[in-house]
Structure formats: structure tokens, C-alpha cells
Design a protein around this ligand. Structure first.
Ligand code: G1P
Length: 271
């Protein structure tokens, strides 16, 4: 079973300025709780037992938020507030599961992943990108199930508008497995419309095999001078490693841009 998840959190969040200038974007509230908590709850509900946060010195506030149980404990003793008591329990639960590693320079998602290498124990692990919220159905849970069934790496996929391909990793799919799942023939990071092999985009949920670490070690910087996880994945696919694109059935909400963040807060408050 997949028991470990990693969450890259060292990104600068420039698309959410000025909100993210002081507060890490992942702590911005969505209907009364930090966006990151939705991601954590998705992992935990999917059976994950240990979560590795990749943060930076600039985003130390994330560590402070989840390691702040004493502060709650002291308040409960004086106030006996039921709501705070409940939050205290949650924070304690999260604290027991979360480990931190640091990525102080924004060198890309691939560079973030390689920093977790010493912690990863099993053949497969889960990665969630916190800008991508998926509601109504637990995407991680479905992907973990699929990985077990096919003994394969899995990536979340969504049909997008062809004019937006340069914003995403884009798949070239091969054999269809069933209505929602296909094998991946190749994947390319943020191609031009001309070079895009399809209108199927990579969304931020990945079940990856440990083999990714040896690829990442050799990975040269790609688009924008960053080390992209997509490039390391493409290199594994070339070596005939099995990858499945999972067309998830939950609803996708973008929390990484200002427009998307505002929209997400509205949609989640309706649930
Ligand atoms: C990252 C990935 C990209 C993927 C996207 C999903 O891009 O590199 O392949 O499509 O997440 O949100 P970023 O959002 O970091 O630019």
C-alpha cells in the first residue's frame, strides 16, 4: 500500500501577490481553513500515514502553523472553547504525520522531489501539488487503488482548452484501459499549441515510483531553467516504465492564481 505523500510548498506564489507577500499562499483561508488543509485531508482519507512537506526558509510559517499545538493547549486550559479543542486535536494529528525538508531556491518541482529521497521507503509514493484542489471525489484514493491494481505509476489528467496547453504538462496517450484510464505514451512540459500532442493536461496528483529519484539526479534544467518532474517522468516512460493517466471524476479548482483562488473560495463555501 502507498503510505507516504509529499507536498512541494516552496514555490513563491507570485500569482497570488500581494496576498502571498507575507502569508504563504497555501495558508490562505478557503471557507475558514487553510487551502493546504483540504489537501492534507484528501491524503489522510486516502490512507496516507506520513506526509513530507517541502518548504523554504521564507515559508517557515507553514511549519509554525502545524507545530503550534502548545499554543492551543494553553488556550484550552483557560478558555475551554469546544471549537478550539477540536482544532487542537486536528493540529496534534497532523503534527504526528508531517515531516519537513527544505528547498530554499525555487529550482522547480523536480528539485523539490529529490529532496525527499531519504524519507521514501516503499516502491510508490504520492505527490500532491497544493495549487490544485479536487473536490467531491477523492482523487488520491482512486489513484492509489489504480496503482495497486496495475502495479503502475499514475498521473491525474483533465481535458483542457487547446489554447491553454502552454500552461500545463500535456499527455500523448496510448492504449485505453477503460473509460477513465489510458496508458501514457509521452508527456511534455508546457508545450506551444503547435507542439502539443493533445488537449489532456497533467493535474497535480501523482503516484510515482522510487525510480524517479535516479532520473532526477541526472535531470538537466528544462523550461525556464527549472528541473521539471515532467521531464524526469518522460525519461522513465522512455525506459518503458508504465504510466497511467487517470481522468478523475472530482471537480477541479485552481487555487494558484488570484482569479482561481477567488472562484475556489466561492465554490467551496457552497458545499
Ligand atoms: C506543474 C507541472 C505541470 C502541471 C501543473 C498542474 O506546473 O509542472 O506539468 O500541469 O503543475 O497544476 P506549475 O503549476 O507548477 O507551473
Amino acid at each position: 500500500m502507498i503510505k507516504q505523500a509529499i507536498i512541494p510548498l516552496a514555490g513563491l506564489g507570485t500569482r497570488l501577490l500581494p496576498l502571498s507577500s507575507v502569508i504563504p499562499k497555501e495558508l490562505l483561508p478557503i471557507n475558514g481553513k487553510p487551502g493546504l488543509q483540504y489537501i492534507l485531508d484528501e491524503c489522510i482519507e486516502a490512507g496516507i500515514k506520513e506526509i513530507i512537506f517541502i518548504i523554504s526558509v521564507k515559508k517557515k510559517m507553514i511549519r509554525d502553523y502545524f507545530y503550534n499545538d502548545k499554543f492551543y493547549k494553553d488556550i484550552i486550559q483557560t478558555k475551554k472553547d469546544i471549537r478550539i479543542k477540536k482544532e487542537y486535536k486536528k493540529i496534534r494529528k497532523y503534527k504526528k504525520m508531517i515531516k519537513f525538508v527544505y528547498q530554499n531556491k525555487p529550482l522547480g518541482t523536480g528539485d523539490a522531489v529529490i529532496r525527499t529521497k531519504r524519507y521514501i521507503k516503499d516502491k510508490y509514493f504520492l505527490m500532491l501539488l497544493p495549487d490544485d484542489l479536487i473536490i467531491n471525489k477523492n482523487c488520491s484514493k482512486s489513484m492509489i487503488k489504480l496503482s495497486k491494481k496495475y502495479d503502475s505509476s499514475i498521473m491525474a489528467s483533465m481535458k483542457i482548452n487547446k489554447k491553454d496547453v502552454s500552461r500545463w504538462g500535456i499527455y500523448e496517450l496510448s492504449k485505453k484501459i477503460d473509460k477513465n484510464n489510458s496508458f501514457i505514451k509521452s508527456v511534455i512540459e508546457k508545450p506551444s499549441i503547435k507542439k502539443a500532442p493533445s488537449d489532456r493536461a497533467v493535474i497535480g496528483r501523482y503516484v510515482l515510483s522510487k525510480k524517479i529519484f535516479s532520473k532526477l539526479k541526472k535531470q538537466k534544467p528544462g523550461k525556464g531553467g527549472e528541473i521539471h518532474i515532467t521531464d524526469a517522468i518522460q525519461s522513465l516512460i522512455k525506459d518503458n516504465e508504465k504510466f497511467i493517466a487517470h481522468n478523475f471524476s472530482g471537480r477541479y479548482l485552481d487555487c494558484g492564481s488570484m482569479e482561481g483562488y477567488i472562484h475556489s473560495t466561492r465554490e467551496i463555501s457552497k458545499l
